[in-house]
Ligand binder design. Sequence first.
Ligand SMILES: [Mg+2]
Length: 439
Amino acid sequence: MPPLFALVDCDNFYVSCERVFDPGLEGKAVIVLSNNDGCVVSRSNEAKALGIGMGVPEFKIRDLIRRHRVQVFSSNYAFYSDMSRRVMQTLAGFSPAMEVYSIDEAFLDLAGFERWDLAAYGRRIRQRVREWTGLPVTVGIARSKTLAKVAARLAKRSKRAAGILDLSASPWLDRALAAVAVEDVWGVGRRYAGFLAARGITNALQLKHADEGLIRRRMGVVGLRLLRELQGISCYPVVTSRPPRKSLGVSRTFRQEITRAADLREALASYTAAAAERLRAEKLVAGVLTVYLLTNRFRENYRCDNITLRLPVASSHTPELIGCALQGFSRIFRPGRGYKKVGVQLGEIAPESPVQASFFDPVDRPKARRLMQAVDRINRRMGPATLVYGAQGLGGEQPWKTTFKHRSRATATGLEPLPEAFDFPKTATVSLVSNLAVS
Ligand SMILES: [Mg+2]
């Protein structure tokens, strides 16, 4: 069976998520900003039409925002990843094998599907995702993943395509390739675009017919595969399972420098709790933990201090990991320094079940696991950080917290939209875990 792929890509993903919960945003210029409301990370078509570029700092377009009444949102990643999961669940029904390629993109394996009308199948995918999640997607169909990317890209630009382009047996394939700039081809990027342009290769069609010897010399075997993919010979199959994780890190850059140890400890504890939660969600444990502290790199005496500690037993237990992180912190923190970034990195990651029990292990593992499961369940249902650890601090002025001035209240699972009705305490602290702390 010759390979056949569909790339399904959400349109203006973050903006579209916001629109699902506020249909009044339809037809308006809308943008979503990165952490700390820094740069533009998603734009509606109307915002693109105003000339707002991807990655532009917010302060540079303040005038434009005011003049055109652009709707501005802070990013809400918990909400977006939840919407992403819904999209992927919907797509999974359309193919025996699917690869989740990014938060808003997936490849579907359609080998053998050519006996059906592929364009009609693509339209059904779009319609179903729209009905089940409220999100618009574009579908590109072709004989290789690289060509499916090209198809989706062109479909987004063309009104007539109406969100679906099938290039799998199209007489227009070469004309389509000629319309795609070489730096926009999947895997080329800026790194090779200069070299290719210098040899007169500026679009995907020219790259398809490029000299193989030249490409092999300069881009290696990856470059050669790229040519094959453009020629419709698939080199990259759909990869259904993610490769196992090697490490997992959580860190943030602060708005301003932080000097107080107490603030930094709260930040570090929170990032460690987040990392531990992700670890448990993937049923993994970590053997080592690295803490790092960075001063402002735009100042003199820039420093990046780090320390790696080994856990007594590979673990995903939050209090234990926080204890270990704070221990590391106290060994590298220096009073008087202004820190701009704090992070934690978990390493030697392994599946959770065959953890070796140590006779001297001070933690009751089964009990600890049940407790963590309960905490995770509550945070999943009631919204992240409903239950926090004492070390994370209890709100109030927390200078390390990322700011989200314009964050919408949209959430797909939590009870966030109903606080007036229920008046839940927003945050509770887990104190019962302290007797499980690391020795
Ligand atoms: Mg997209």
